[in-house]
Design a protein around this ligand. Structure first.
Ligand code: FAD
Ligand code: GLY
Length: 347
């Protein structure tokens, strides 16, 4: 490991930073991972880009998510150009559904503040929902459509980022545990849920998410990403339908449990009864890196050491802006986010 820049952790965050540093002219970069590159949370994710459907307030996290979402169309196009890999950015939009009066009231409250904050959100009646998605349950009460909440195929994303590194001479060192932060080089710690093996702060806690995918049919059953109060479903271009996810504070245990798999299948069938007859193709779990406040910690730890961690439920969404902000931090520029999450030019 003689490289001038060492990135510890080859998930979507470490890989996106490696690419951004290389694009800005850095050379002699190595990405080290204790396992296979991209095989942890970044592989386990659902790939939703949901700055609006998942946000709870008009706060800093919301602005960061919105700014990163706006970078995705060019991020996807550039990666296609650079690597030949299509990360399947799907801009169909996202539905958030209520199945009874009580759920509808809760969504109404969210709708009210989101409208006043200028978020693009459309209220839908039962009929309008069934027109958009005929295979949704007829028991749906009402819902909202977020046209600016999208999805990508996150496994293709990490594969594309890996390929960028391979094409451009960024060293990828797999199956190698880094036990302490090396000195004398620029180091960026992007170790996700394992950050505290290397740095005492910020405190990062693993939060398990279990998911399943259902084997699809030739004709797509659903087209939007869809949330209910109990689960979300993500229809992929190849026909698979992902269903997620549990949110569990169980340490570093990464097993899937039969109870969670059954619950996810039931919750998906509530959204669309057509899903009930589909076979479970795959089940898996990943560890989200959680920090208090749920906002990622991005920046300088000491003169040569940087950290980018704590992306919790939004690491796929936040990858492009994280990479820019860390590169700016290294070279003394600043990425400015306006009140509405628009990324302003770096200085
Ligand atoms: P990781 O991908 O976990 O990468 C960290 C890497 O560091 C690992 O590969 C690990 O092996 C390596 N490492 C750790 N310690 C060391 C060490 N000492 N030495 C060497 N290597 C080390 N986000 C979204 O935006 N949209 C979603 O729809 C979404 N859905 C999700 C669904 C689930 C079920 C889960 C679990 C997460 C989801 N997320 C989603 C969150 C997202 O997956 C994470 O926030 C993101 O992947 C974090 O990326 P990362 O690179 O920090 O972590
Ligand atoms: N953002 C989806 C999840 O973390 O499950």
């Amino acid at each position: 490991m003689s490289s001038e820049t060492i990135i510890i952790g080859g998930g979507v965050i470490g890989l996106s930073i490696a690419r951004e540093l290389h694009k800005r002219g850095a050379r002699s970069i190595a990405v080290v991972d204790k396992g296979r590159i991209g095989a942890e949370a970044s592989w386990a994710a659902a790939g939703m880009l949901a700055p609006n459907a998942e946000c709870h307030a008009d706060d800093e996290l919301f602005r960061l998510c919105t700014a990163s979402n706006a970078l995705y169309p060019s991020f996807a196009a550039e990666l296609l150009d650079e690597t030949g890999i299509d990360i399947e950015l799907d801009r169909t939009g996202t539905l958030v559904l209520a199945f009874n009066e009580q759920e509808a009231e809760a969504l109404e409250e969210k709708y009210a503040w989101q409208r006043s904050a200028g978020i693009a959100v459309e209220k839908l009646s039962e009929d309008e929902i069934l027109k958009l998605e005929p295979n949704i349950s007829p028991y749906v009460h009402s819902g909202f459509r977020y046209p600016n909440d999208w999805q990508v195929e996150n496994r293709r994303l990490v594969t594309a980022l890996r390929k960028y590194c391979e094409i451009n001479g960024i060293e990828l060192i797999e199956n190698t545990i880094v036990e302490s932060v090396p000195s004398g080089r620029r180091v960026i710690v992007t170790a996700g849920a394992w950050t505290n093996d290397l740095l005492p702060d910020p405190k990062v806690k693993p939060i398990r998410g279990q998911m399943i995918s259902l084997a699809g049919r030739e004709s797509r059953i659903l087209t939007h990403v869809i949330y209910s109060q109990r689960s979300y479903v993500v229809p992929r271009a190849d026909g698979r339908i992902l269903v997620g996810a549990t949110v569990e504070d169980v340490g570093f245990a990464k097993q899937v449990t039969p109870e969670a798999i059954a619950e996810l299948k039931t919750a998906a069938s509530e959204i669309s009864p057509s899903l009930a007859s589909l076979d479970i193709a795959e089940s898996w779990a990943g560890l989200r890196p959680f920090v208090a406040g749920e906002i990622p910690v991005l920046g300088r730890v000491s003169e040569n050491v940087f950290v980018a961690t704590g992306h919790y439920r939004n690491g796929i969404l936040l990858a492009p802006i994280t990479a820019k902000m860390i590169a700016d931090e290294i070279w003394g520029a600043s990425t400015k986010i306006s009140d509405h999450g628009v990324l302003k030019a770096s200085q």
